[in-house]
Design a protein around this ligand. Sequence first.
Ligand code: GRF
Length: 188
Amino acid sequence: MKLGILASGNGSNFEAIAQAIEDGYLNAQIQVLIYNNPAAKAPLRAANRGVEAVLLNHRKYNSREAFDEQIVRTLRDNDVEWVIMAGWMRLVTPVLIDAFPNRIINIHPSLLPSFKGINAIEQALQAGVKITGCTVHLVCLEVDSGPILIQAAIPVLPGDTPETLHARIQVQEHRILPQAIALAAQRQ
Ligand code: GRF
């Protein structure tokens, strides 16, 4: 499986995928990391792993479609077969979705279909749920929708803040994202 990873931030999920490959758990190669935020930490992690990182700053494009066109070009130039959104904080357009039908995977920090969109963890705390979690799913046009591959449930503990809860969610994200990538490949 030739992976292209899209990340906007810290890149711990990128790291989890790279580690799963190194450990021989996931039979894949990371062809390229694309990041959109110049301050993201993900490219530093890519450099440490010998993965090429490409900055595509969405602010430099006139439309979401033009931005996605450049993403698709970069993915194709790098022979990518599967696209992994590992903390990708941009809405996607049909330009990207149609270029990789059923081959785009996203991780979201809630038990979908609850708490879609940004601030999923704050939304869960606000709602007072006692169990939340994370979801890996195939991407379709509607945000945080599409067939679910794997979920993990995590209890909300008394006194949890967005930070403490996110930290526990991330432990599970790092476990289920590589698992879900392997599962998606088997299904095809
Ligand atoms: C993750 O919690 C993911 O669910 C959300 O953004 C966060 C990215 O974390 N979409 P990282 O950049 O992989 O550390």
